[in-house]
Write a protein that binds this ligand. Structure first.
Ligand code: ZN
Ligand code: ZN
Ligand code: ZN
Ligand code: ZN
Length: 312
């Protein structure tokens, strides 16, 4: 701040730092001005006008410092709610959180505790569109940015194979996928496979990527010693009003009407996997479902549906 001492004919200006609010107020941290100087300014009538000017030139730097607190330590993007933290208190963006097994700063486990104070800050921040580097200059408040990004004309999709860096618009990613990773491409929202439930000596995993209606879904079929589980994750941003779910049916090729069916909601890209958000079948159930002769396989079919609630 600037303190101005104005006398009749002259003035004296002093620039001083504002004290933090918790600093003790004593003669040591105040700004001292010699009495003789004040007398010189005041001269004839003895009056001095004191003006205090709070210098707000630093507030932009303060904002940058605040923004730094909102930067995800992994991807360096500004975090948006919900913001979760590790057991020590380091925060992450929701997308990085699903990819991490432990905190990148302190190696402690991640927790389900949210950082509400930091989330509160996001209301005062203007977010640039995630497709900024692809040409979009849009800037929105935190409650509007996701809606814009879902329909942004510059929207791109990263190739879902984690070791591949390809990023492009939907149809370009689809043709890239066809060319480079064709063995795990499914151009439909239905995927069918088979396996022998008696052969369960080892754990295995089948992963397919389903491309349909401008969405990319990751289908995972996991086998472990006693159960087999199915899970579908939708990899791109979707309208929060739409719900996606998948139905897994196990059928007997000989008797089509005999079916075991289970369903669950598709995971969105920021929801971590738990035991509750997969569809699983016990081998014991499958084996009692019918008798298996030599080359018998169980046929499973996974179908994805979109459920749009009707707004009345
Ligand atoms: Zn991140
Ligand atoms: Zn940590
Ligand atoms: Zn945009
Ligand atoms: Zn790729």
């Amino acid at each position: 701040m600037i303190i101005k001492y104005n006398g009749e004919n002259s003035q004296y200006k002093v620039k001083t730092k504002c004290l933090p609010f918790d600093a003790a107020c004593n003669t040591n941290n105040g700004t001292k001005i010699r009495l003789i100087t004040l007398n010189e300014i005041a001269e004839n009538n003895g009056n001095i006008t004191v003006t205090i000017n709070l210098d707000v030139g630093e507030s932009e730097n303060v904002n940058e410092e605040v923004l730094k607190c909102l930067e995800c330590p992994v991807c360096q993007q500004l975090m948006r709610p919900p913001i979760y933290q590790c057991t020590t208190g380091h925060s992450f963006c929701n997308i990085c959180r699903t990819k991490l097994n432990e905190c990148t700063t302190c190696r402690q486990p991640l927790s389900n505790t949210r950082n509400f104070s930091l989330e509160g800050f996001t209301a005062f921040v203007k977010y640039s569109c995630a497709y900024n580097q692809f040409g979009c200059n849009a800037i929105f408040a935190v409650n509007e940015i996701s809606q814009h990004e879902r329909s942004c004309e510059f929207k791109v999709y990263p190739c879902p194979i984690s070791s591949c860096d390809y990023v492009a618009k939907y149809f370009a990613v689809k043709s890239h996928f066809k060319e480079m990773h064709n063995d795990c491409l499914v151009e439909s929202t239905i995927y069918q496979g088979d396996f022998d439930p008696r052969y369960n000596c080892c754990t295995s995993e089948t992963v397919k990527y389903l491309f349909e209606h401008c969405n990319i879904y990751k289908f995972t079929f996991k086998r472990s010693n006693e159960v087999c589980s199915f899970q579908v994750r939708i990899l791109n941003d979707v309208d929060t009003n739409s719900k996606f779910f998948y139905v897994v049916s196990i059928s007997d090729p000989e008797r089509k009407q005999r079916k075991m069916t289970k369903s669950n909601l598709c995971l969105t890209r920021d929801v971590p996997i738990t035991d509750y958000n997969v569809v699983s079948f016990l081998y014991s159930d499958l084996l009692s479902y019918r008798d298996f002769s030599n080359n018998d396989q169980i046929v499973y079919c996974c179908e994805i549906y979109e459920f749009k609630p009707v707004m009345l």
